[in-house]
Design a protein around this ligand. Structure first.
Ligand SMILES: Cc1cc2nc3c(=O)[nH]c(=O)nc-3n(C[C@H](O)[C@H](O)[C@H](O)COP(=O)(O)OP(=O)(O)OC[C@H]3O[C@@H](n4cnc5c(N)ncnc54)[C@H](O)[C@@H]3O)c2cc1C
Length: 317
């Protein structure tokens, strides 16, 4: 079932979460143990992230560097299908522009369509750590909006090879990313919102937001979206902070602010266990207020750890 149908059918805030595919070499059981804890809260759907290949430099005995291309977390399509078939819960695999030609994308879409997967979250992807700016593949999509257009074409039965006879239309429900505090590369919020509207006008059915720690930023974002004519559901992304290090890395990586009240609590912490508790309490407060506001769903960033999300879900659902 499509995310948009889950939302339209429900009169309460849905529970959803995002999983990372296991590291290369790990078994499906690894992911199963994480999901089983969260199934208790009846997730409407589960997102599965996509991870591009990375470049690593290895120092050899002679002091020279060897370049290595690694994909640490392959298997988004396989894991998505396995979860949907084993649990009966709908999945939302993420697909990115980075590393894909349009033909690679079309082939992945064909696999997903054959597997009966109805939902996608379409993203551009970040530049690899060794590159400053995102560079699309020579025959690839440059922005998420281009990926949305490609999927919309397939939904209309238009494949890359225009000469195909009897091409079968897919029927994907499309999600895209939105940034309450603006995307890091965008010159300002208005321009970022203009591009977000382009993604929606191109066919996106729902938006999932980047994590934020101050609900007022989400409320302001939703209002501005509505003012400029974006009418699709906007699903807030919640990340429980879990280590002291994240106080520095989250703002740096995701270009988000931590509110004064949260920082004041974090600096009082003596250990990471204390931080873990603060993170859970903060996310519970955020979630309760968002549910009261009437958000369509909560999207929890698990980042591979489910215990804190379980405790939050138990407190708010
Ligand atoms: C909910 C969520 C899930 C995510 N999941 C993943 C994942 O699974 N794997 C992964 O690799 N990354 C993931 N990301 C990260 C995402 O790939 C990065 O944030 C990336 O830098 C931007 O992706 P986007 O889809 O928002 O890009 P876009 O919408 O393409 O925007 C990228 C930048 O370009 C600008 N822009 C957009 N369109 C145009 C245009 N036509 N002309 C000029 N500028 C334009 C935008 O303002 C923005 O600054 C996720 C992010 C979110 C919020």
């Amino acid at each position: 079932m499509k995310v948009i149908d889950h939302i339209n059918k429900s009169d309460k805030t849905l529970f959803s979460f995002e999983l990372l595919p296991p590291l290369k070499g790990e078994h499906f059981e690894h992911i199963e143990s994480k999901i089983s804890q969260l199934l208790e809260f009846d997730p409407a759907y589960i997102n599965i992230t996509y991870h591009q290949q990375e470049i690593e430099y290895e120092t050899l005995d002679n002091g020279l560097l060897r370049k290595r291309t690694v994909r640490k977390r392959p298997g988004t399509v396989g894991i998505s299908a396995a979860i949907q078939f084993k649990t009966g819960i709908d999945v939302v695999p993420h697909l990115i522009c980075g590393g894909f030609s349009k033909e690679d994308t079309e082939n992945a879409l064909i696999d997903l369509h054959f597997l009966g997967i109805d939902n996608l979250l379409l993203l551009r992807g970040d530049p690899p750590a060794t590159q400053k700016y995102f560079k699309p593949e020579p025959e690839g999509n440059a922005y998420a909006v281009d990926l949305v257009k490609q999927v919309r074409n397939m939904n209309n039965g238009v494949y890359l090879d225009e000469k195909l006879a009897n091409s079968h239309p897919s029927n994907f429900c499309i999600g895209v990313a939105g940034y309450p505090e603006k995307h890091s590369e965008s010159p300002n919020r208005n321009i970022d919102l203009k591009y977000l509207k382009e993604k929606v006008d191109a066919g996106a059915d729902f938006i999932v937001t980047q994590m934020f720690f101050d609900n007022r930023k989400y409320f302001r974002f939703v209002k501005t979206c509505r003012d400029i004519g974006i009418t699709v559901p906007i699903i807030p992304g919640i990340k429980p902070i879990s280590t002291m290090k994240q106080m520095l890395t989250l703002p740096q990586t995701f270009h988000i602010d931590l509110p004064d009240a949260l920082v004041a609590e974090l600096v009082k912490c003596k250990t990471n266990d204390d931080v873990y508790e603060v993170g859970i309490d903060w996310a519970i407060q955020q979630s309760k207020e968002l549910i009261e506001f009437g958000v369509p769903a909560l999207h929890f960033y698990t980042m591979g750890k489910a215990d804190n999300v379980c405790r939050i879900a138990r407190a708010v659902y």
